[in-house]
Write a protein that binds this ligand. Structure first.
Ligand code: FAD
Ligand code: DHB
Length: 390
């Protein structure tokens, strides 16, 4: 088979890229390792930046979000023995975020792609990239048969564990990484959520309240990396969450049996560059942020915004300007998100090796937010998400 763009990975980055290319008449194929059901069942992000919501609108994917999602004026930060703080997006940026789940976006993308006759291969085994600086091709196995796709470009949208990043030779690549000594344990529960997305600092560890819809809440607590899901029966989870929230919020939490429970280790990671010859990386394939700040999915979409613009100007206008500047441009926004995600993670979590000095700085960071309008404004802009570069 021959196509213009071969896309490795059918997560949100790969499907969104395929969708935008398809709308511009650019032939492409998505090759995904997992089944459709498996991809659809992964519970992940729930907060969309302003720019992500706009991108969905522009590409005809926002109907359900506008109907069933919830626009949000900001996010709450609460603190043991200190006043609450609201990241007031409306006040400082004039814009809103959306409470809308990655799972729903994945479903809508999938439906739109099927309706438009897009080429999606699921359950592809042993996916491999070849000759990415010359005549690129992808090979994979499906139902015992080996397949080969020749293409102009390969887009690696295959997440942190996928093969694409490794198709760049080790000496052509630089990795930056910070691994955190804790994880987030998350549960989903069929109960009405708190009004606001809420991050809670507590001397025992962070807690967080999130939401998916009027009858679906998601909660997280910081746990040691060595813990296992079996260590956290629902009773222990609720007791921990409620203790870490201030009384006025703990009293509003509606508890119930969890319908899902999962653990995610925290990591900051960037691999540079995002381009190697005819290979381009987007999303988790080239960078990971810790979940504090809700940037992971948003960053995957901003990469796709830049990459789809680069490929459409290449094919429709014959200009390679955006292809040539993709890595540099996308990385500026990636580092901004790494930065805010790290600062929020540091401020809101308890680190096992921290000193009283670290604790004083943490309190001082929070006090600055409470008192300084300049600090509030800066955080609001970073949390909302920086604008895409033109
Ligand atoms: P992915 O969603 O990882 O998609 C990559 C796709 O590539 C997958 O479908 C995978 O099956 C496929 N693939 C992998 N290897 C191969 C291969 N060899 N061949 C073919 N296909 C392959 N972000 C938030 O903002 N908030 C959250 O609460 C949050 N929770 C998260 C929880 C977990 C457990 C994880 C892992 C991430 C979470 N994230 C969260 C991050 C967010 O979900 C990701 O940033 C986002 O999914 C990135 O999209 P992506 O398409 O780049 O990568
Ligand atoms: C979710 C929301 C957040 O604001 C965040 O930082 C992490 C996860 C969520 O909705 O799951």
């Amino acid at each position: 088979t021959r196509t213009k763009v071969a896309i490795v990975g059918g997560g949100p980055a790969g499907l969104m890229l395929s969708h935008i290319l398809g709308r511009n008449g650019i032939d492409n194929i998505v090759v995904e390792r997992q089944s459709i059901d498996h991809v659809a069942s992964r519970i992940r992000a729930g907060v969309l930046e302003y720019g992500t919501a706009e991108l969905l609108k522009q590409h005809g994917l926002a109907e359900r979000m506008l109907r069933e999602g919830k626009p949000k004026d900001g996010t709450l930060i609460v603190w043991e023995n200190r006043p609450d703080f609201f990241i007031d997006l409306t006040r400082w940026t004039g814009r809103q975020m959306w409470a809308w789940g990655q799972t729903y976006i994945q479903e809508d993308l999938h439906r739109a792609l099927i309706a438009s006759g897009a080429q999606l291969v699921h359950e592809a085994g042993d996916v491999a990239l070849h000759d990415v600086t010359g005549n690129p091709s992808l090979t994979y196995e499906k139902d015992g048969v080996r397949h080969r796709i020749d293409c102009d470009f390969i887009c690696g949208c295959d997440g942190f564990h996928g093969p694409s990043r490794h198709a760049i030779p080790k000496d052509g690549r630089r990795e930056y990484e910070r691994v955190y000594p804790f994880a987030w344990l998350g549960i989903m529960v069929e109960c009405p959520p708190l009004e606001n997305f809420t991050y809670a600092y507590h001397s025992d560890g962070m807690a967080m309240a999130a939401q998916r819809n009027p009858m679906l809440s998601r909660y997280y607590v910081q746990v040691p990396l060595s813990d296992r899901i079996e260590d956290w029966p629902d009773d222990r989870f609720w007791e921990t969450l409620l203790r870490r929230l201030p009384d006025h919020l703990a009293g509003q939490v509606r508890t119930g049996p969890s319908i899902e429970k999962s653990m995610a280790p925290l990591r900051s990671f960037v691999s540079e560059p995002l381009r190697w010859g005819r290979l381009f990386l987007a999303g988790d394939a080239s960078h990971i942020v810790p979940p504090t700040g809700a940037k992971g999915l948003n960053l995957a979409f901003s990469d796709v915004f830049y990459l789809s613009r680069a490929l459409t100007t290449h094919y429709l206008e014959g200009s390679d300007h955006y292809l040539d500047t993709y890595s540099e441009m996308a990385l500026r926004r990636i580092w901004a998100a790494e930065n805010i995600s790290w600062r929020l993670t540091k401020m809101l979590h308890v680190f096992p090796d921290e000193t009283p000095f670290d604790q004083k700085l943490r309190e001082s960071d929070y006090d600055l937010l409470l008192r300084s309008e300049a600090a509030q404004q800066a955080l609001a802009h970073e949390y909302l998400g920086l604008p895409f570069e033109t």
